[in-house]
Write a protein that binds this ligand. Structure first.
Ligand code: DGL
Length: 265
């Protein structure tokens, strides 16, 4: 059972930041990744659409024998986590929001925490609700940043235009005097440096490494950790894109094989 892969999904390349952190923390684990490039961006889709996509992709991954599923997307974690946990009662499901909320609530006792994320995640108010429940002393300020995921997916960052867009979003009044900023979208670690450059003395938090630690603990508890052997990584997309191929190779090396599986046809 421990040889079975960890299933990971996102709308596109964002979840690769989580997959990368998992492969660093758990180098022997086999990974199966699904990028739903046919439907990205998820951030502006309805809750019902996200639930539908997530159910179909989780069926795909569970059907291929995945031992644990990681919803490596904040928007899908916000809208579909409860449904997936019910749909696959025998497979542990990990979302990217709870580990980040736990980290933040234990790290900060008071002050302001900012969040940037897709429209879907911000509208759900899942971060403020969960953070305030764990730590009522924290002030939470959030802001939708809908241009960022499509911009990153296109490989459009580290240039003057991306810098201008990021700095305009971060200059929002409600972000004044914050202690930390949560990157509430798995695409955003790719622009973490640009975000940090706009903010001085603000801790910029991305979920990738805290999620990887949570997965390690979960697999350990279930006795499902793979502790030796070479890792096999498979990457599926619902619609081939150059950008996905480029980013997955950048993260995991030239040898990876990208398979287009048009599960929606
Ligand atoms: N990476 C995803 C998230 O964390 C989705 C971004 C998008 O497709 O809009 O929300």
């Amino acid at each position: 059972m421990s040889n079975k892969p960890i299933g990971i999904f996102d709308s596109g390349i964002g979840g690769l930041t989580v997959a990368k952190a998992i492969s660093e923390e758990l180098p022997h684990e086999n990974l199966m990744y699904f990028g739903d490039t046919a439907h990205l961006p998820y951030g502006d889709k309805s809750k019902d659409s996200i639930k539908l996509y997530s159910k179909r992709i989780s069926d795909f991954l569970v059907g291929r024998g995945c031992k644990l599923i990681v919803i490596a997307c904040n928007t899908a974690s916000a809208h579909a986590y409860a449904d997936l946990a019910k749909r696959h009662p025998d497979v542990p499901i990990v979302n990217v929001i709870d580990p980040t909320v736990n980290y933040c609530s234990s790290r900060f006792e008071s002050g302001k925490i900012g969040i940037i994320a897709t429209k879907g995640t911000i509208k759900s108010r899942i971060y403020p609700r969960k953070i305030k429940k764990q730590n009522p002393g924290l002030i939470v300020s959030q802001q939708a940043t809908p241009l960022l995921a499509p911009m990153i997916e296109e490989g459009f960052f580290n240039n003057n235009i991306s810098k201008a867009i990021i700095s305009s979003y971060l200059s929002a009044k409600n972000f004044k005097d914050m202690r930390a900023l949560i990157l509430g979208c798995t695409h955003y670690p790719l622009i973490k440096k640009e975000v940090s450059e706009c903010l001085s003395e603000v801790e910029v938090i991305d979920s990738a490494s805290v999620v990887a630690t949570t997965i390690k603990e979960e697999l350990q508890n279930l006795n499902l950790l793979r502790t030796k052997g070479e890792s096999v990584k498979q990457f599926f997309v619902s619609d081939y894109t150059d950008s996905f191929e480029k980013t997955s190779k950048l993260f995991f090396g030239e040898k990876i094989q990208l398979i287009e599986d048009r599960i929606w046809d």
